[in-house]
Write a protein that binds this ligand. Structure first.
Ligand SMILES: [Zn+2]
Length: 64
């Protein structure tokens, strides 16, 4: 008898076994997606504001 859990990323059934080192995820990919989800958001914020600043500067130069 094997315990099965739902993958937090894709909700696929995952067998909770000693050999599944990605549990509770179904694969390394789903594990990376879940772990990287919040980290990517962190990176997006400074990148966005930087682009906005560049855009504003460009607009100012055009106006002048
Ligand atoms: Zn998955």
């Amino acid at each position: 008898m094997v315990t099965a859990v739902d993958c937090p990323t894709c909700s696929k059934k995952v067998e909770w076994t000693e050999t599944n080192k990605y549990r509770p995820f179904c694969s390394e990919r789903c594990k990376q997606i879940d772990l990287g989800a919040w980290a990517e958001e962190k990176y997006v914020i400074p990148a966005k504001s930087e682009q906005e600043n560049i855009g504003q500067n460009a607009d100012d130069q055009t106006a002048l």
